[in-house]
Design a protein around this ligand. Structure first.
Ligand code: SF4
Length: 396
């Protein structure tokens, strides 16, 4: 059960709208050097193919901004320039035609320089994300003092205090932007603790109508970062909070996009474009090498199927048919064989080594028949049909 979505102001990032009733967009960031044009273009296009709507690039040096125009001309998604410390990089990126600037005003020391970036974005008609994180709430000048202050905030469990300080920082920055009549804004306030991320975005959502960019900072490798990120972002999105998301891992950013897409699919916030794979976790009743089979099926479906058919791979027939209910195509393993169903009809019983090929053939056939209008997605899906095979004494 979802709460209705908080209606925020809408901003435009190239051809992608963020906020209001616009679909929740997925962002990611390249991991290589921006000045390495070919690799950067390749990375942006790979992220776009995986499902990213918008891609951010770092521009720490002038050699990164001078190539932006060339990069933008070779990619199909809007590009955001991520600016830290050097306001000149923002001005150069705007000149090059980026579609949005990400700025942490806290690390640009002179407010006149922030004004210059605001004015340039206004002239170029592009938005700015004001990004605050837990490191923004204490002064940077004395690094040791800053580290001590941060450590104290966490050690004392002053979560409320930390959140209050971050919100105050957002308000302080917003005053600078709004005083210059600039409202083309998106907000983010990232922390690494999922509970605090939920708390702070709930607070931001109550206080502001600007669109919110959700994310967990320093989430770690995919194995743990996915739990941290999905906990926070899933909770917020299901409360109707958030307009664009970035899942960030210490790993290949393609995974960020893949997991972001899956999160939105699971919450019904994005129309699925490929197959949905259901698989049993396996147990002592397993009849085939299920993990390898599931992995192979997953990889092949990604390549071959671009309509949202539901495919179930079940390790046996004991609970399989019930658990696969609703699948368009399903295989139930039994005695080193696979019994394959398509739209509720049993179509094959093949040895284990032929399951993958036959299952994919049936998926592709079904895709073709749906495209030709011969049948419909989700019609006559698997319901509880007991295959007549015997497994370890269980007759089903
Ligand atoms: S489908 Fe069979 S093998 Fe898979 S978890 Fe259920 S009982 Fe175990």
């Amino acid at each position: 059960m979802y709460m209705s979505r908080k209606m925020t102001k809408q901003i435009q990032v190239g051809d992608i709208a963020i906020g209001g009733e616009a679909p929740i967009s997925i962002q990611s960031m390249t991991s290589g050097y921006t000045h390495d044009v070919d690799k950067c273009v390749e990375e942006i296009n790979a992220l776009a193919n995986a499902g990213a709507d918008i891609v951010r690039v770092a521009v720490p040096e002038k050699k990164d901004t001078v190539v932006l125009k060339d990069i933008i001309s070779q990619v199909s998604v809007p590009v955001i320039a991520d600016v830290h410390f050097h306001f000149q990089r923002a001005l150069e990126a705007i000149e090059a035609g980026v579609h949005k600037i990400r700025l942490n005003p806290g690390n640009i020391s002179d407010v006149q320089q922030v004004h210059a970036v605001i004015d340039a974005c206004k002239d170029a008609n592009i938005p700015i994300r004001i990004g605050v994180n837990e490191g923004s709430v204490v002064e940077r000048k004395d690094k040791q003092k800053r580290q001590k202050e941060l450590a104290a905030l966490f050690a004392d469990h002053k979560q409320g205090h930390l959140i209050a300080m971050m919100i105050a920082k957002v308000e302080e920055y917003l005053e600078i932007f709004e005083a210059r009549d600039f409202y083309d804004i998106c907000l983010s306030a990232k922390l690494m603790d999922a509970r605090l991320v939920i708390d702070i975005y709930q607070e931001l959502s109550k206080r502001f109508d600007y669109p919110l960019h959700l994310g967990v900072t320093h989430a770690g490798p995919r194995e743990t970062g996915s739990i941290r990120s999905i906990t926070a972002l899933g909770s917020l999105l299901s409360q109707g909070i958030g307009d664009t998301i970035r899942i960030s891992y210490a790993s290949n950013p393609i995974y960020e996009v893949e997991d972001g897409v899956e999160l939105l699919n699971c919450l019904g916030l994005r129309e699925r474009v490929g197959a949905e794979l259901i698989a049993c976790p396996s147990c002592g009743r397993i009849q085939v090498d299920l993990f390898s089979l599931v992995n192979d099926v997953r990889n092949q479906l990604k390549n071959d199927i671009d309509i949202p058919i539901k495919v179930a791979v079940m390790g046996c027939v004991v609970n399989g048919p019930g658990e696969a209910e609703g699948a368009d195509v399903a295989v139930f393993a039994g005695d080193r064989r696979g019994i394959i169903y398509v739209q509720g009809e049993r179509v094959a019983n093949v040895p284990e080594e032929e399951i993958l090929i036959r299952l994919l053939k049936e998926c592709k056939n079904l895709q073709e028949r749906i495209r030709n209008g011969e049948t419909k997605l989700g019609s006559k899906s698997v319901s509880i049909i007991p295959p007549t095979v015997t497994v370890e004494g269980h007759s089903k």
